[in-house]
Design a protein around this ligand. Sequence first.
Ligand SMILES: Cc1cc2nc3c(=O)[nH]c(=O)nc-3n(C[C@H](O)[C@H](O)[C@H](O)COP(=O)(O)OP(=O)(O)OC[C@H]3O[C@@H](n4cnc5c(N)ncnc54)[C@H](O)[C@@H]3O)c2cc1C
Length: 416
Amino acid sequence: MRFDTIIIGGGLSSLVCGIAQQKAGRKCLIVSAGQNALHFSSGAFGLLSRMPDGTPVDEPLSAIASLPEDHPYSKIGVDGVRAYLDKVQPFFHDCGVELSRCGQTSRNLQRFTPVGSFKPAWFTLNETDVFASKDARIEGKVLIVNFAGFLDFNSRFIAEGLERRGAACRIEAVRHPEVERLRVNPSEMRSVNIARVMDREENWKQFVHQVREMMDGEDIVVLPEVFGLTNPSVIGWIAEMIPAKVMFVGTMPPSVPGLRAQKLLKKAFEEAGGMFLPGDVALDPKFDGNRVRSIRTANLGAIEIEADSFVLASGSFFGKGIEAVPGSVTEPVFGLDVDYPADRTSWYAPQMSDRQAYLGFGVKTDGCFHALKDGNVVDNLYVIGAELGGCNPLAEGSGACVAILSAFKVADEIIG
Ligand SMILES: Cc1cc2nc3c(=O)[nH]c(=O)nc-3n(C[C@H](O)[C@H](O)[C@H](O)COP(=O)(O)OP(=O)(O)OC[C@H]3O[C@@H](n4cnc5c(N)ncnc54)[C@H](O)[C@@H]3O)c2cc1C
């Protein structure tokens, strides 16, 4: 079997890189082992909200020029970052994923979190509301509606957060016969299972009817993000049918907007002619000098799959793209060079909430994202997304945009 490009990993970076290459006429294979970070997405795509030393960032585009030279944004360059950011919304729109970016401001926007606080965001997925500043007021009468017994949407935290910003909140719970059936087994009462029930027109319409019955002149109605799993238009229809501003707030994972985005991107990749191998693991690479010739996968057994180019998009520790044993950190597929300090005591901070250095460990690359192995450049192997060294996506709030922008850059390098 032979492809133009083989991409390892099925998350955000892999799908963006695959779609961009398929659109340019290259024949791509994606090998995807399992869950990816989109399944846990907050609904917000971060660009940069903290510098590596922890200083908060309000104006990411200005701050990018001061990042260390091994940071992925520094390798793309300030002009490159700006140019690729302009491409993001149209690219996702073509895949059926609407990304909001409220206004033309150069500042980070704020999204309202499930625990009632504001967190910086650059883009947000469809329904996730954004506010212009962290001091934004949310005034007026607010009705927060949950499903009875759904613990992954904490109405109390949300009410407290809104009341701190000036709102007067009332909390109500809806009982829906089909959602009630999920309560028999508490582990089934999860956002994605409720979303499957609410995907049916008669169910979300009945829910809207119940909300309207509960209303008492509220200005804002807050709902959990459990709608439009397969059809994103449902979100707009719900907002139109409720006579108030509707604010959708995220739930604890799994993330319905993230799962929807992943499905739509995978569909766009396959419709463009790409082949996606779900539930399979890339392994056993064969090298010809400083080039990768082929890989095998766990499900395809002895078959060697060859390609001109390979892209490693296997995530960080979360996706098992990086593994740690006491004393060393490795990249398990190709045995690439990983950037981490030898002193193990500096890998982590004792407080879980502190900046954790290990989340910044990743594969070493040259200025064009070619992988390094034993200090040498592997000519046809590129690294993108959370697998990259040089940045700490969770501490910096840069995860999704590093994934997307590095994917665009590598697709351009490969397409030539
Ligand atoms: C839990 C979590 C939540 C996050 N939420 C946000 C957020 O809300 N906003 C934000 O901006 N950033 C967030 N991030 C940061 C995140 O890094 C990026 O947003 C981005 O989605 C990472 O995408 P990726 O494709 O690089 O990696 P991942 O999404 O981690 O995908 C890697 C994929 O590679 C697969 N894989 C690994 N090894 C192999 C192999 N050998 N063969 C085949 N497949 C393999 C994995 O199974 C996985 O599917 C989050 C990160 C985590 C861990």
